[in-house]
Design a protein around this ligand. Structure first.
Ligand SMILES: [Zn+2]
Ligand SMILES: [Zn+2]
Length: 271
């Protein structure tokens, strides 16, 4: 069974194509299950507005277009689930507001992402006095570990995304082994997953998230994985699986996971 549990809709303002088209491409590429995870509304400022994420008032439309895609998926043999890409941010007051959105809706799957390039996280790094690249990456993984421990998320998305978008110039996971392993341990203790995100291949790092070295540690420690293309257009669904799935098997992973109504389901890795 081939699955893809991270994709967007035009409601975020930086993706194209209707959810139905994503599902048609999924069918064409031989996938059997997809989960939509558009960016959660954060109507409190500091997390980007239009162009980054939908507004709270757009959520009914989100559910409607995913539902339409679900109906099409039924005909095509692709199960369609409805999740959300939530934020990780080290301020429980901000998180409490986001939790209201999470509590008000039944999402199949909640991804946790720390978008380090937001103005809020820029402030966070300044407050933490993280000045060098090394300190910034350490702070990022500490915050990611804290986010994992909250149990708010089913999976932690693109775990080393700090390496792109200019917050740091230099990223070498080997230099951060201790803090990254602490993050992986938090994922295990919270009994959640880490995402393998294949969109990194089209970005400046030209590498999946997380880095293969982090996957070695995750494999050794027994971390459960979800997988997602982070598609912002229909053609990207399942992107680079021909590289990533064999690599995961090589690293002794045997299963991937998806979530339906918040329940984790394991599937063997194909490919
Ligand atoms: Zn996006
Ligand atoms: Zn995403």
């Amino acid at each position: 069974m081939i699955i893809d549990c991270h994709m967007h809709t035009p409601l975020c303002g930086h993706a194209s194509g209707s959810p139905t088209e994503y599902v048609q491409w999924a069918a064409r590429k031989g996938l059997q299950l997809v989960t939509f995870t558009c960016h959660i509304p954060m109507d409190m400022g500091g997390f980007g507005n239009y162009g980054i994420r939908m507004k709270e008032k757009h959520l009914p439309k989100y559910f409607k277009i995913v539902e339409q895609a679900r109906t099409v998926g039924e005909r095509l043999g692709v199960e369609v689930l409805c999740g959300i890409e939530a934020e990780i941010f080290p301020d429980e007051q901000v998180m409490a507001r986001m939790d209201q959105t999470l509590a008000a809706h039944d999402f199949d799957f909640i991804l946790g992402s720390l978008h380090h390039f937001t103005s809020s996280y820029g402030n966070r790094l300044r407050t933490a006095d993280a000045r060098t690249d090394f300190e910034k990456v350490e702070t990022y993984f500490e915050d990611l570990a804290t986010g994992a421990r909250t149990g708010r998320y089913h999976s932690i998305s693109h775990p080393d995304v700090i390496r792109i978008y200019g917050t740091v110039d230099h990223f070498d996971p080997a230099e951060h082994e201790k803090s990254i392993r602490r993050f992986l341990q938090s994922v295990i203790e919270a009994d959640i997953c880490m995402e393998v995100n294949t969109s990194g291949f089209i970005k400046e790092c030209a590498q999946m998230h997380p880095d293969p070295l982090i996957l070695d540690w995750a494999s050794e420690m027994g971390v459960n994985l979800t997988i997602g293309s982070d598609s912002h257009n229909p053609q990207s669904v399942g992107q680079f699986y021909e590289i990533v799935l064999p690599l995961l098997k090589e690293k002794d992973f045997t299963q991937l996971h998806y979530h339906r109504a918040g329940k984790r389901v394991a599937v063997p890795i194909e490919g």
